[in-house]
Design a protein around this ligand. Structure first.
Ligand code: PLP
Length: 462
């Protein structure tokens, strides 16, 4: 065997990584002097690097993915058994885990009906937008093709997903972008565009209507929103927002597409983030937590009505959804996803998220009481963020060097935390936390204590 995961040469892995691997979102110049971090093992909430350092992971694999924690042998066993039975066949045909997972998933999503498989959040979103464009062709003479997205939301890394991303720095240098994607204003009440108002949620939603009217409702096919903005700074839409958004979508015959790539599968204490707000989506996309990173899988889930729009007699040669994702036919994804979901149910992880989330928010609000540099604490469940500001009156964001330094200090203490990472030049000031759904009170306390300790050194004037 050329590779044995249980018997690795860690030093060699670091040397070969340094020589040949191009890391994501990473400037490699420092690696001319230093070694890159290579993670070699994970167990529960903890990971170890090639140099033997142990870390408590407060961000589920850095990007809110490993929802059920590391080292779940029962997922690995299910994937192995599936791979030796049938590893792959294109989704032009069915396979057993895909069928079983679809049933289990739909059971948690009242009102939804069909699951379309692919591999990444970006791809799942692209499928949703292809559905919008094809419905525009089929029902509206090609006119109703535009997709609205929100300032500060992120929907993926491909050129078209970036075209639908409301984060300037993420998009910078990668244009020109795909036409037909139009931005609507953000809904971050802490950064209110109208000062202190008591109907912020409704006003923010009404801004969407203004964009629809300016574009022409007959040209707008869908509105794509994160239920809680993730990488854009952990922003929960305020009260009134979702009801008004749904009214607007109904009024102008616009499909509501919810991007659950981060919130999906339990992160906020319900199976899906939109389920906190009584939202009835037409399409829901998901990826990261679907199989907690044990296999690559993403899903574009639609209502039966959306699905029905593609059913036609065979003489309509272009009538069906003419899309394929090669690796959407990998069986490892749904096999892992089935066990992932069983674990969430069996271990009552949604309840744990709710309780531990309350503890996390309590502890973060405690930090806010202690450090004036914390302007706003936000989040739901085990999904939290806090903004660092120069002062609480002006709310001027701190330079990104402060959150970077807090992260580096926590890392030295053996805790990995997250931050808004060059999404916007002015708002790279939010520390983000998304521990695995299995987090205990002791884990939460260790995470917040590390941040407290880092801030006591780095924010001495507070
Ligand atoms: C809300 C949201 N949608 C989509 C994506 C893209 O997912 P992927 O990186 O799997 O393509 C991300 C990734 O972070 C995300 O946060």
């Amino acid at each position: 065997m050329t590779y044995d995961a249980k018997n690795i040469d860690a030093a060699k892995a670091v040397a070969t990584d340094k020589k040949h691997v191009w890391h994501h979102l990473t400037q490699h110049k420092p690696f001319e002097q230093n070694d890159p971090m290579v993670i070699v093992k994970g167990e529960g909430m903890r990971v170890w690097d090639a140099k033997g350092n142990e870390y408590l992971d407060a961000v589920s694999g850095a990007v809110w993915t490993v929802n059920v924690g590391y080292g779940r042998t029962e997922i690995a066993d299910a994937v192995r058994d599936q791979l030796v039975t049938l590893n792959y066949f294109a989704q032009t045909a069915g396979n057993v885990p895909a069928a079983l997972f679809a049933e289990k998933l739909i059971d948690k999503m009242p009102g939804m009906s069909r699951v379309y498989y692919s591999n990444s959040g970006s791809e799942a979103n692209e499928k949703a937008w292809k559905i919008v464009r094809q419905i525009a062709e089929k029902k509206y003479g090609g006119k109703k093709y535009k997709v609205l997205y929100r300032e500060r939301d992120y929907h993926g890394t491909t050129i078209t997903a970036l075209s639908a991303t409301g984060q300037y720095e993420r998009k910078n240098q990668y244009g020109p972008f795909t036409p037909g994607f139009v931005e609507v204003p953000h809904c971050c009440e802490y950064r209110s565009q109208w000062g202190d108002v008591d109907d912020y949620g409704i006003r923010a939603a009404n801004e969407i209507e203004k964009v629809i009217l300016a574009e022409g409702p007959e040209t707008v096919g869908a509105l794509c929103l994160e239920p809680i903005t993730a990488g854009g700074g952990v922003i929960e839409p305020p009260q009134g927002y979702w009801d008004r958004v749904q009214e607007i979508c109904k009024q102008y015959d616009i499909l509501l597409h919810i991007d659950e790539v981060v919130c999906g599968l339990g992160r906020t204490g319900k199976w899906f983030g939109y389920q906190h707000y009584g939202v009835k989506p037409d399409m829901v996309t998901m990826a990261k937590g679907v199989a907690s990173g044990y296999a690559a899988i993403s899903c574009t889930v639609t209502t039966e009505e959306v699905f029905e729009a593609f059913k036609e007699d065979d003489d309509a040669r272009m009538g069906y959804f003419r899309d394929i994702s090669t690796f959407g036919g990998c069986t490892a994804g749904p096999a892992a996803a089935l066990v992932n979901m069983e674990i969430i149910e069996r271990e009552n992880l949604l309840e744990n998220v709710t309780h531990m989330g309350e503890h996390l928010m309590g502890r973060l609000n405690g930090l806010k009481a202690k450090y004036d540099v914390i302007g706003d604490v936000r989040g739901k469940g085990l999904f939290a963020g806090f903004e660092l500001v120069k002062d609480r009156v002006s709310k001027e964001p701190v330079d990104e060097s402060l959150p970077i330094a807090i992260g580096a200090d926590c890392m030295k203490q053996g805790v990995i935390i997250g931050r808004t990472n060059r999404s916007f030049r002015e708002f790279n000031n939010t520390i983000c936390l998304s521990p695995a759904l299995i987090a205990t009170q002791a884990d939460i306390d260790a995470i917040v204590d590390a941040i407290d300790s880092a801030m006591s050194r780095l924010c001495p004037n507070d």
